[in-house]
Design a binder for this molecule. Structure first.
Ligand SMILES: Cc1cc2nc3c(=O)[nH]c(=O)nc-3n(C[C@H](O)[C@H](O)[C@H](O)COP(=O)(O)O)c2cc1C
Length: 200
């Protein structure tokens, strides 16, 4: 199982990056998680040729080849950071690699609600026809007070957080397999979505 873990921020220090690093280590026997930074990507600017900058095109190819994607989002002003929104705009405007791709949303924030509002927005965005990710329904993982959530070794400090994440990821690994089965033979619909354009 090959997964891409997107750090949903361009901040140099990030508890969401720590969360993905923990997941990469902790779940290494179940999945290979490749961590993807977004800090060097330019802000989306709607180029007329619909071509992504090199780094984003490489990420699109990696997503297309992966079994699934994990997005770890902070919460800024009750939504996702602009850098993450910009990446999603690039993906939706260019190669659209998230169409029918199983996606797991996680999030860590300093507040008590652990990105619940940002995750709600992110799910809404990922459901846009040009993104059309296959989001795992019916469960969420919210890491509240994230500055206190990790030990010095980078493990989750609270056993209940670790147990909740174990359960969440186990569900996702099953969801990836189920989604693959469900989508067999659905390439026509995928092509329609890939060809959709706002500027026709
Ligand atoms: C501009 C700004 C807005 C923020 N808004 C929220 C918010 O609405 N809710 C929240 O829980 N934390 C908020 N925070 C605190 C973030 O949770 C924290 O800065 C951080 O982004 C958590 O993710 P990170 O450690 O990966 O950077 C905000 C921080 C900034 C800089």
């Amino acid at each position: 199982m090959n997964l891409i873990g997107i750090v949903g921020t361009n901040a140099p220090t990030s508890t969401n990056r720590q969360l993905l690093q923990y997941m990469q280590r902790h779940f290494k026997n179940q999945a290979t998680i490749t961590i993807q930074e977004i800090a060097d990507f330019p802000a989306f600017d709607e180029p007329e040729d619909h071509r992504a900058p090199v780094g984003i095109a490489e990420l699109s190819a990696a997503i297309a080849a992966a079994d699934g994607v994990i997005i770890a989002t902070p919460e800024y002003d009750h939504s996702i950071p602009a850098a993450l929104k910009s990446l999603l705009e690039w993906l939706s405007y260019t190669d659209r690699p998230l169409i029918d791709k199983p996606v797991l949303v996680v999030g860590a924030s300093y507040g008590a609600l652990g990105t619940s509002r940002a995750q709600g927005h992110l799910r809404q965005i990922l459901d846009a026809p040009e993104l059309k990710a296959r989001l795992m329904p019916g469960a969420e993982f919210l890491l509240a007070h994230s500055q206190q959530a990790f030990t010095a070794d980078g493990d989750l400090a609270k056993p209940e957080d670790a147990a909740a994440l174990d359960e969440y990821v186990a569900q996702f690994l099953e969801f990836v397999e189920i989604t693959k089965q469900l989508l067999k033979g659905r390439s026509v619909q995928t092509q329609q979505h890939k060809q959709f354009a706002w500027d026709k």
